[in-house]
Ligand binder design. Structure first.
Ligand code: ZN
Length: 246
């Protein structure tokens, strides 16, 4: 089975569209680590697409904040403004869908899905030191997570923690052959708001037969999302950061 693994779409339709086109033919199922909405101007389109095509999806902190599952008190000013805009621009059925998304970790046949970390869906794992305690909470030797918008991840080999790199800016793909005595936590990167210095949309393909994870990047028309951010009246910094990948 081949899985398209996506995370942190954040209502960026043009980024999601580019990922689906780039990955076409390379996957059988779609799974998502959460944060469908927030920051960008296409929440309804993204929700509709994920509802129709995604086989397994868990909630992210923005899905909770927008739909009222959680308060917005932990959000910064820009994230809060975007969350309020999003809530005001969704139908009640769309908000119900967000509210009903399951909490991670979600155990599937070959891997687990987390938004932030296996022990806490809202925890940020940005380096090996922060990743280390998470491995004890995994039920399977492979987990996908998001939340940080940083492609790559971490592995544990007999208790030693190592780092999985992101795709180089000169490449489109990085293939990782999974080894049997290693436990992996892989972040596919953000579809809709990368923060690892590479503005291209990020995603991963996992082939459970071949035991391969491919981290990928694809260009998308950032200008079109930026134009819609402007038209929606969302904070201008949200389009600036898309061009920077920060
Ligand atoms: Zn996010």
């Amino acid at each position: 089975m081949r899985f398209l693994v996506i995370s942190d779409i954040h209502a960026n339709w043009y980024a999601l569209e580019a990922v689906l086109a780039d990955a076409a033919g390379a996957f059988d199922r779609i799974v998502c680590c959460g944060d469908l909405v927030g920051y960008n101007p296409h929440p309804a389109r993204v929700i509709e697409c994920i509802r129709q095509h995604c086989d397994s999806v868990i909630r992210g902190n923005h899905d909770k904040g927008v739909s009222g599952v959680d308060s917005l008190e932990w959000f910064n000013e820009v994230a809060r403004a975007a969350a309020l805009w999003t809530a005001a621009n969704l139908e009640s059925a769309e908000l119900d869908y967000l509210r009903g998304l399951p909490k991670g970790p979600l155990q599937l046949d070959y891997f687990e899905l987390c938004h932030g970390a296996p022990r806490d869906e809202d925890e940020y794992i940005t380096n090996a030191r922060e990743a280390a305690p998470s491995f004890a909470h995994l039920q399977l030797p492979l987990a996908f997570f998001g939340h940080t918008h940083l492609q790559g991840g971490f592995f544990s080999k007999h208790g030693r923690i190592g780092t999985v790199p992101q795709v180089s800016q000169r490449e489109r793909e990085l293939v990782i052959a999974l080894e049997p005595d290693i436990v992996y936590m892989v972040n596919p990167g953000a579809v809709g708001q990368p923060r690892d210095g590479d503005p291209r949309a990020a995603y991963a393909i996992f082939d459970s037969d071949q035991k391969l994870v491919s981290l990928r990047r694809v260009d998308y028309p950032i200008q079109k999302t930026a134009e819609d951010i402007r038209k929606a009246g969302l904070p201008g910094v949200l389009s600036f950061r898309l061009f920077q990948g920060l």
